[in-house]
Design a binder for this molecule. Structure first.
Ligand code: MSP
Length: 652
């Protein structure tokens, strides 16, 4: 099967920001996913270089327009190359081949009677490169999309008969409910079309930085409207308009776009294609808008997130993981370092990284690094079934672009692996002389990691290649078919040691945006998570989890009674408790459990407290103990004595 996936082509009036990176990451992930499945896949990205906006930007920078466009286009291409975006073609609308294709399309539409000449008088927003009828303007003057001042333009123009395609478009939406994804976005498009489509002005005479009309039109006053020019890139990239065009990949599987440009892709573009007698793309996938620390990004606020800056300090694959995991496709997302660091530490470092380290450690100790899957089915059918069920759910999520659900489901595999280690405790089995059982658990986890790495590879290609190398296989369509589709297990091999893949991030590595979270600094918040994970981390870093009894008794655990409880303002996670440990004065414990317990519900209940932790400050408040709790994918619960015990009773 062939698949054709595209990003929007980016305007060359400024450097790439995190929103551009997001579209590119999703499209790249989807293209890699299709390639992994063995589909013949073509992935297109590029730059949109014509129009008044670019011409004006170049002038502002005092540069000839082409030179300016060359520089910014190269900066996008270099960034994607540095990020190892696996595009098959990087198109520029200033490419000669592209211009030929656009001119050809104009000729075909004109010959069909879909383009005619008239006068245009209207309000034009240069920034959006769009005309708006007076009724849509804000205060009779400002652009309804971006709020900038529009200017009145009266000029001779060629028009495309968009109105002619109104019914055909509505029929198409109805017959293809997945044309616009997520489906929830379809209504705004359908209502817009139902509101009546006006013919679209598709040429300009007020500036010259654009594709000229075809020679056959004999009208060199006009240049093409930038959206006609730009949308055509999806077919000119395949050679449309040239004798040697190879349109095998057409129609596109998915055009990924931001919600702001959905209308152009879901109305104008299919109408142009109908006019050209070309089939329509299968899906237009519209994603949401990214903000930073809850605020809209803008150059004037100085809070634009540069993907290069983020990737330089956190790594591009961590960034890909974060963006695709954080946001349900179609919804707006927020970039905050705190949320980013949380995911790196808890999901990448703890769940995935430590699992790999643990089996490297255990197999080194018990079997000289040899991993043998021969007994996995004998001892671990329950885990294999659960793993296969989760693996089987993945494709549906990816097909619907629900990358956050896809990753969430994939992470179930790591929790199956971690649980199996806890439940089967290979170190105990070794002591009991049940070496086969111990090694089967280690091999189970190796298989989990292998299969999960294959499925994670579209999101984190380089990291998963390192994991696969440690597990002595290569991620490709063959291993996908064998290990994921045919559910085979790894053959006998020797596992390799790998350097830590996800070093924990102890504090923010980038400067915060101006005015971001002034009194809720990530540093404090992170400490909360750090403390919660400290014990777990120390434990997991041990190769096989064995400690001396004396080490256990170094921890003083006591029964406590919660005598006061209140919420910590401005914190999503923290509750402030006063706990009676039978010491005469109460201890203040700041606990990250607000999402799971209300303050009132804790009053007069018993808890288990780590009583000899060094006091720590959380959001400026002293915490003099830690509550014992258990957390899995269903949430967190406190560990409490089965029957009431006196405050201060030691636990051991
Ligand atoms: N050149 C047009 C697209 C033509 S496609 C035939 C264009 N370019 S753009 O550079 O302004 O935007 C490119 C993409 O970046 C759009 O999909 C847009 O939605 C996306 N984003 C721009 N800012 C964004 C955020 N803050 N967040 C998420 N995506 C955003 O439009």
């Amino acid at each position: 099967m062939s698949k054709y996936i595209t990003t929007p082509i980016y305007y060359v009036n400024g450097e790439a920001h995190i929103g551009h990176a997001y579209t590119t990451f999703i499209a790249d992930t989807m293209a890699r996913y299709e390639k992994l499945k063995g589909n013949y896949t073509y992935f297109l990205t590029g730059t949109d270089e014509h129009g008044q906006k670019i011409e004006e930007s170049a002038q502002k920078h005092g540069k000839p327009t082409q030179e300016f466009a060359d520089e910014i286009s190269a900066s996008f291409k270099n960034l994607w190359d540095e990020f190892e975006i696996g595009y098959d073609k990087f198109i520029r609308t200033t490419d000669e081949d592209h211009k030929i294709g656009v001119q050809k399309a104009f000729e075909v539409m004109y010959a069909k009677g879909d383009i005619y000449k008239d006068f245009y008088e209207g309000h034009y927003c240069v920034s959006c490169e769009t005309f708006f009828p007076e009724t849509q303007l804000v205060d009779g003057e400002f652009c309804p999309d971006c709020g900038r001042t529009t200017s009145v333009v009266k000029e001779e123009s060629y028009f495309f008969k968009l109105s002619k395609y109104e019914d055909a478009l509505l029929r198409h939406y109805e017959e293809n409910p997945d044309f616009i994804l997520p489906r929830s976005r379809a209504n705004e498009v359908i209502n817009f079309v139902k509101g009546g489509l006006r013919d679209l002005s598709v040429t300009r005479t007020s500036f010259t930085w654009g594709v000229k009309l075809p020679e056959s039109m004999n009208d060199d006053k006009h240049v093409m409207y930038v959206w006609l020019d730009a949308l055509m890139n999806y077919v000119t990239a395949l050679g449309y308009g040239k004798d040697d065009a190879n349109m095998d990949f057409w129609p596109a599987s998915t055009h990924f776009v931001g919600k702001d440009i959905l209308r152009f892709h879901a109305i104008y573009w299919p109408a142009f294609l109908m006019s050209l007698d070309l089939p329509l793309p299968k899906h237009i996938g519209a994603h949401g808008w990214w903000t930073r620390d809850g605020e809209k990004m803008s150059k004037s606020k100085g809070n634009v997130v540069s993907p290069k800056e983020v990737s330089d300090v956190y790594g591009v694959e961590n960034l890909r993981y974060f963006m695709l995991r954080e946001v349900p496709f179609g919804q707006d997302g927020d970039f905050s370092q705190r949320a980013f660091i949380d995911r790196i530490n808890s999901e990448l470092s703890n769940d995935l990284g430590n699992l790999l380290n643990r089996i490297i450690g255990m197999s080194g100790k018990y079997s000289d690094f040899e991993i043998d899957s021969k007994d996995v089915e004998k001892y671990h059918t329950k885990e294999l079934d659960a793993m296969n069920e989760a693996l089987g759910n993945l494709d549906g999520f990816m097909q619907n672009m629900q990358t956050h659900r896809y990753l969430e489901e994939l992470w179930k595999l790591f929790s199956i692996g971690n649980k199996a280690i806890e439940e089967h405790a290979p170190w105990v089995k070794i002591k009991e002389g049940k070496k086969d059982e111990a090694l089967a658990t280690v091999a189970l986890v190796a298989n989990i990691l292998a299969k999960a790495s294959i499925m994670l590879s579209p999101v984190m290609p380089k990291t998963t290649a390192i994991i696969a190398d440690a597990l002595n296989f290569t991620i490709d369509n063959t291993s996908y078919n064998e290990l994921v589709i045919d559910k085979k297990l790894l053959k006998l091999f020797n596992i390799k040691k790998v350097p830590p893949l996800f070093p924990r991030v102890e504090e923010p590595l980038m400067e915060e945006a101006p005015n971001a979270m002034p009194d809720d600094k990530p540093n404090d918040k992170m400490k909360e998570e750090l403390i919660a994970n400290k014990e777990a981390k120390k434990e997991k870093e041990e190769d096989d989890n064995l400690i001396e009894i004396g080490q256990f008794f170094e921890t003083s655990l006591k029964v406590g009674v919660v005598v006061e409880a209140e919420e910590v303002p401005k914190s999503k996670k923290l509750l402030k408790l006063q706990v009676d440990l039978g010491e005469g004065t109460n201890r203040q414990v700041v606990a990250g459990i607000k999402e799971f317990y209300s303050a009132e519900s804790l009053l007069n209940t018993q808890v288990c407290v780590v009583a000899n932790l060094k006091p720590a400050k959380l959001m400026g408040m002293m915490s003099e103990g830690m509550l014992l709790a258990a957390k899995d994918e269903d949430g967190l619960c406190l560990v409490r004595p089965e029957k009431p015990k006196k405050a201060g009773t030691p636990i051991g």
